[in-house]
Ligand binder design. Structure first.
Ligand code: AMP
Length: 279
């Protein structure tokens, strides 16, 4: 496995690989890797000749009062996980490398980026699409791998790729959870022992809705109520949103007819947690 930091080195690696005309699987991350990330890398390894992982804590997707400066940065450990997961090339650029002086071109996806995290993290998806598009241009992957854990991110990027007519195939991989159900996240390490226990309330709320839906309930008001009741058991969980929207368009619905997504976000202490389930 090779680790490069500069665009020049990355371009060289990609160019020499492209000569062989084999497939490239790409996994973009912000590092602090865990089993959720590893599952994407393994999936990429299985289906591509060459696997590229990017590790970049992207400043443009963080709001002013968010955790950019304290976001965990663990490159040596990340490289071990990447190597064990079959990655060929790690690209870990600096912010100056990705956003050279004078950078001013951003990509903004429309409606699908507006609800949920779009409402609570203004500018977040603009940062995500801008950096992912830039990485796609540099790496020209055959396939790129994303986690369902960040479902709106997946849908926003799907829209971007479709609207640009990009040749990359996006693969959405299932959410990997801790044994007790908490969705793995780099931010889980911020949780105190007490908060860690309380964090399970999100998964329980999702499960309550899934169960009720399996029993035949399709009214969004009823399904939401089941989740609200679960969430109310942990008053410390400061809810940002609990929404059941159409999938994949993320539009308001009153009844679940085809596919829908239930998405939850909120804070436990200072830690923001999100999770979702597709109904
Ligand atoms: P991040 O480093 O948080 O930007 O995540 C990088 C990629 O890993 C994104 O596509 C995430 O959706 C995905 N990911 C993060 N956590 C999980 C998880 N628990 N299960 C599956 N994929 C995940």
């Amino acid at each position: 496995m090779k680790l490069v930091h500069s665009l020049a080195e990355l371009r060289e690696e990609i160019a020499s690989h492209k000569k062989s005309q084999k497939s490239i699987g790409f996994v973009p991350t912000m590092g602090a890797l865990h089993e959720g990330h590893a599952s994407l890398m393994r999936e990429a390894r299985e289906n591509n000749d060459f696997v590229v992982l990017s590790i970049f804590v992207n400043p443009t997707q963080f709001g002013v009062n968010e955790d950019f400066s304290k976001y965990p940065r663990t490159l040596p450990e990340d490289c071990k996980i990447a190597e064990a997961s079959g990655v060929d090339l790690v690209f870990a650029p600096s912010a100056e490398e990705m956003y050279p002086l004078g950078f001013q071109t951003y990509i903004e996806v429309g409606k699908v980026a507006e609800p949920l995290c779009g409402k609570f993290r203004p500018g977040h998806f603009r940062g995500v699409t801008t950096v992912v598009n830039r990485l796609f241009n540099l790496i020209e992957p055959t396939r790129a791998y994303f986690g369902q854990k960040d479902i709106q991110q997946c849908l926003v990027l799907l829209r971007m790729v479709k609207d640009f007519g990009s040749p990359v195939e996006l693969v959405i991989c299932p959410t990997i959870r801790e044994k007790d159900g908490l969705a793995m996240s780099s931010r889980n390490r911020y949780l105190s022992a007490t908060e860690r226990k309380k964090s399970l309330v999100i998964y329980r709320a999702l499960q309550a809705v899934e169960l009720l839906h399996q029993q035949g309930e399709t009214e969004v008001a009823e399904l939401s109520l089941a989740a609200e009741q679960e969430l109310a058991r942990v008053p410390e969980f400061e809810l940002q949103y609990l929404e059941i929207l159409s999938y994949p368009d993320l539009e308001k619905i009153e009844t679940v007819k085809d596919q829908a997504v239930i998405a939850i976000a909120g804070f436990l202490g200072k830690t923001r947690l999100i999770d979702n389930s597709i109904l």
